[in-house]
Design a protein. Structure first.
Length: 144
């Protein structure tokens, strides 16, 4: 596979085009809510959405932000990484992850972090293949 072109989704149209793939990972979000959240996170938290397109359709995408933590220093945090079900096994996820790791270097980050559901075995193989370590448990609860 030749190196795919990775673009940044800045316009509402580009963000909306990313929705079908992202909805596979985040099925609880309706399309309009997805677009609104991405735009708000871009404005308020520096969220950036990158994507790969093939034949006019988004086949892979990622959302990330850079933040500074006392524990980790300047950190590249990968919120989302998806490859559309129809495009899996063609190297898009790996190409995008490689690009993201390089982007973290370019942004002078000290660390690269992501959370992944315990059931996402294929994703874990990809991450470990890129020398990411399982470094902690993530705990959460709903606020009622």
């Amino acid at each position: 596979m030749s190196q795919p072109t990775i673009r940044i989704a800045e316009s509402e149209e580009a963000i909306r085009a990313c929705y079908p793939g992202f909805s596979e990972l985040r099925p609880h979000l309706a399309e309009d809510d997805f677009v609104e959240r991405v735009q708000r996170q871009r404005r308020e938290h520096g969220y950036t959405m990158a994507y790969i397109e093939e034949d006019g359709a988004v086949v892979a995408g990622a959302g990330y932000r850079v933040a500074e933590y006392l524990a980790w220093g300047r950190t590249f945090y990968l919120d989302d990484l998806i490859t559309a079900t129809s495009a899996r096994g063609r190297g898009y996820g790996g190409a995008l992850l490689d690009w993201l790791l390089e982007r973290a270097r370019e942004l002078d980050c000290d660390q690269f972090h992501l959370d992944s559901g315990t059931h996402r075995y294929a994703a874990h193989r990809l991450y470990m293949g890129r020398k990411l370590n399982i470094s902690s448990y993530h705990f959460s609860r709903d606020i009622e």
